[in-house]
Write a protein that binds this ligand. Structure first.
Ligand SMILES: Nc1nc2c(ncn2[C@@H]2O[C@H](COP(=O)(O)OP(=O)(O)OP(=O)(O)O)[C@@H](O)[C@H]2O)c(=O)[nH]1
Ligand SMILES: [Mg+2]
Length: 336
């Protein structure tokens, strides 16, 4: 990190790192550029920020030809409890999984490079949803400059592979190399905060990753194949065996994501009113009553005086402060 960065710049950068919504990220990038001290030592960083602003603006609009929009947007606005990107080599079954898990009509075909643009869809789990984003294959034969940018809004990745493909290890290594070049690292560590990256590089991205060994219906012994694959490749990702054809493993995905992302559901109620059971707010483990208030309304977080909480922790409507950590299933009554 260059020297002489001001607290104002650092605050804008911290907000940028935290933001997942692409429009919000763009606003923070502009703010970073506005407040960055303009001197020789920050030339590189300034250029980097300008490039990101240009890329992200283009990605948000979708490709244009002669002023007309020719394709869908290249980054997907996050919705639901978390955004999960489907990544992997061509033909592994990403779109087939997407279609089965979310009911989307993602295009599936028996040849590689079928998917061309990001396709969002919602995977229901109990009373919440995860957003799954189907993506084009990552492969050296088909480099897509915007693909890494599309990952900046994701909270985690599903790395979909076909263990029956003899080129599988090589393909995943090529994918790693492509992402590394774009400063994106897939990590097996789900307990890290997503997006929390290298202190010295605001544009580095770390995404917790689950290996999805698909097309298990084609393998005589999928567990054995998976064990051999992990041993041969040295990859440490947690793994799930699936088949988009038979549905094997698909029912476990929602629970797996829920627990490994540390999702916490909070039900709010207004004083004297019943609990709003229909649509919980979703947070991550470690977040507080103040974070709940911010989700309800950003002014509410500022005006919050205290909350009353009912939940599994044993609280039965006791008063708590804004720093109180919420737990899954808590009912929260906010008092401004
Ligand atoms: N037997 C079997 N075939 C599958 C499975 N999943 C996908 N397929 C088939 O594999 C082929 C490729 O599937 P897609 O879902 O298009 O794969 P993709 O990873 O999205 O491919 P690209 O978009 O080209 O990167 C299609 O013929 C699918 O029917 C599976 O679990 N079992
Ligand atoms: Mg596809």
């Amino acid at each position: 990190m260059p020297a002489n960065l001001t607290p104002e710049y650092k605050a804008a950068e911290a907000a940028f790192r935290k933001a997942r919504d692409p429009r919000e990220r763009l606003e923070w990038l502009r703010e970073m550029l506005r407040v960055i001290p303009k001197h020789k030592g920050t030339d590189h960083l300034q250029a980097d920020i300008k490039r990101r602003i240009k890329e992200l603006s283009e990605e948000l609009e979708g490709p244009r030809k002669g002023g007309a929009r020719t394709a869908p947007a290249l980054v997907v606005r996050p919705e639901g409890a978390a955004q999960i990107a489907l990544l992997g080599p061509p033909n592994a079954g990403k779109s087939s999984l997407h279609a089965r898990l979310t009911g989307s009509s993602a295009q599936v075909a028996p040849y590689p490079f079928t998917t061309q643009y990001p396709e969002p869809g919602m995977l229901p789990y109990e009373d919440i949803h995860f957003q799954l984003v189907d993506l084009p294959a990552v492969s050296p034969e088909h480099p897509l400059p915007w693909l890494a940018g599309a990952l900046s809004s994701a909270d985690a990745c599903l790395l979909v592979v076909d263990l029956g493909d003899p080129a599988c290890v090589e393909q995943v290594e090529a994918l790693h190399a492509f992402l590394r070049n774009k400063r994106v690292t897939l990590t097996e560590r789900w307990e890290e905060c997503p997006g929390e990256a290298d202190e010295s590089d605001p544009f580095a991205l770390r995404l917790p990753t689950l290996l999805v060994a698909n097309k298990a219906d084609r393998l005589a012994d999928a567990e054995e194949e998976l064990r051999a694959f992990l041993e041969l490749s040295g990859f440490r990702y947690p793994a799930l065996i699936t088949s988009a054809a038979t549905g094997r493993g698909l029912g476990e995905l929602g629970r797996w994501l829920f627990s490994h992302l540390g999702i916490v559901r909070v039900y709010t109620k207004a004083p004297g009113k019943p609990v709003e059971r229909g649509h919980p707010f979703t947070l991550r483990r470690g977040q507080t009553v103040e974070d709940v208030a911010r989700l309800v309304h950003k002014d509410l977080a500022r005006q919050l005086r205290y909350a009353r909480v009912w939940g599994k922790s044993g609280l039965q409507g006791q008063q708590v402060g804004r720093e109180h950590r919420v737990e899954d299933g808590d009912v929260v009554e906010l008092h401004a």
